[in-house]
Structures are given as C-alpha cells and as structure tokens.
Design a protein around this ligand. Structure first.
Ligand code: MG
Length: 288
C-alpha cells in the first residue's frame, strides 16, 4: 500500500539513544516519552517547539501508559520494575518480582478499565546491559503479567511468547493484542501481533495470529476507540482494520518504536533516534 502522502511530520526531539514509550499525560500538559539508553524521561508540552527533561535518571525507563486517574505508569529496565507516579510526584512500585525472583526487564504496559495493569517482560534490558553488570534472566519465560488492582498480586497471564513487547486492548477489552519481537535476536523468529481472547474468569487465551508485521516487526502499538490498530514497523507506522487489512501507512524511512494518540487528528511517534508529531491527512481518522 502506498504511504499517506500528505502526512505532515515535525521532529520535536532528535539525537535520542533509543526513543520509546510516548504517553499523553494531561496532568503534565503533554506527552511523556522515554530515551531508554540515556535514562531520561522527556516531556513535550503540546505545541512546544521541543521537549524538556521530565525525569533524569529514569532507570532506563521504557514503556509508559496512563491509568484512568491520569497517573503515569512506567516500565524500568535498570530497576526491573513497574512503577506508578502519583499525582503528587511520589513513586509507587507496582511490581518488581514474580514468585520471589526479579522480573527480567519490563518493556511495555497498558492499564485496563478494571484498574489492572498488564505488562510485558522480555529480556531486552539485560541484552542491552541496562540492568547492571551481573544481571541475568531471572524468569524462566518472557511473560505477560497482570497486576491485580485490589490485591496488587502479580500473575503470569501469557508465557508462550518469545519476546512479548507492545500490548493494547481492543475497545471492549475482550481481546489483548501483544506483539512478539523474537525476530530481533533469532532469525526466522516471531514478528507478529498475536491476539488473546480474555475469558470471563480473566485468563488470557486462546491465541490467534493477528498478522505478521514487516519490515522488521511491531514494537509498540495502540488501538483506537474504533478498533483500528496502529502498529509500529521497520519503515514507520502501519494502520490495520480489525480484520487485519492494511488501511493506511506512514512512511518514516526508518523504524518506529511506539506511538500515542493526540487530540485534533494527530499522533506522536518515537523512533530509535527521534520523537515526531504527525498531522494526519484528511482521509485518515484516528479515534483516541
Ligand atoms: Mg517496546
């Protein structure tokens, strides 16, 4: 499919070590995003020319999301934990272990309407040396976990993927979409978005293949209120209908790592080296 030709792109941060994790955070007045390698969380205030430092060091923070109360939830590689930043700035640790052992390196996170926080735990922070010199994989699988909103218990929900990475719920939250970037370290490995039905008892499964994402793979993804899936890929951002058909494409000429929706038909995109604001063309419709 030809890329949307009349997309307007504006770079608001450049020279990043590894851009990731953009989230619109109204309490902060803009988008918080990660430079994972530089261990900085940046803030781009809506319509500012460039970003300013939000938190440094960030413990090599990666994926971010916001919960229903607008609080920032962050995956940290170095400290191998998922945290919540309270509205007064205090940090609450939501998860840093499973069955008494450290997590691998939480990568990306999403909050469900019931208050549960779901996150992926592949070993990329270990592979990139961001978890300390003697750190090693402590969990036997790279899992997808759920943090119970009542008890705070951490439960392994999905253990069958190679390197689970980005994740997002369908609008009715009956399905969870998870990207697997196993391809990054294993030729022929997974580079798919998988869909898991969420059973009435809250368990995740069975799994179906939503689709393979090429070139490269999907790192982060977002799903609009209309069920349209916005996936990152090796050449930019791909837009898919719920049946898997491609309905749009933004060509960046480089890999995109993650995105979030903004008001007024705009999206915010991170790449390994940049953060960009994208004005969508008239024919494109995003439903945040
Ligand atoms: Mg990721």
């Amino acid at each position: 499919m030809d890329p949307w030709s009349d997309t307007r792109l504006r770079t608001v941060a450049a020279g990043l070590g590894w851009g990731e994790g953009p989230v619109l955070l109204p309490a902060a007045g803009g988008v918080v995003f990660s430079d994972v390698a530089a261990s900085i969380l940046w803030l781009w205030r809506l319509d500012a020319a460039e970003a300013t430092v939000f938190r440094s060091p960030s413990h090599h923070a990666n994926g971010n999301t916001a919960d229903a109360e607008g609080r920032l939830i962050t995956c940290e590689h170095q400290t191998r934990r998922v945290t919540r930043t309270e509205l007064d700035g205090r940090i609450t640790v939501l998860a840093d272990a499973y069955t008494g052992r450290p997590l691998n390196s939480p990568n990306d996170v999403v909050a469900a309407r019931d208050g549960a926080v779901w996150f992926t735990d592949p070993p990329y922070g270990l592979l990139r040396g961001e978890c300390g010199p003697d750190a090693r994989m402590e969990q036997p699988v790279a899992g997808v976990y759920r943090i119970d909103p009542g008890t705070g218990d951490v439960r392994l929900m999905i253990g069958c993927l190679d390197k689970p990475n980005g994740l997002a719920f369908s609008p009715d939250e009956r399905s969870l979409y998870v990207s697997d970037t196993g391809h990054s370290h294993r030729p022929g490995g997974n580079r798919h978005i998988f869909r898991f039905d969420i059973a009435p008892d809250g368990t995740a499964g069975p799994l179906t293949v939503f689709r393979e994402i090429v070139p490269a793979a999907c790192d982060g993804l977002r799903i609009g209120a209309d069920g349209v899936i916005w996936s990152t890929a090796g050449d930019g951002v791909h837009v898919y209908a719920a049946d898997g058909a491609m309905v749009g494409r933004i060509d960046l000429g480089e890999m995109a790592t993650n995105l979030c929706f903004l008001p007024e038909q705009r999206i915010f995109i991170t790449t390994p080296t940049r953060a960009l604001v994208c004005d969508l063309p008239g024919k494109a419709k995003v439903r945040p």
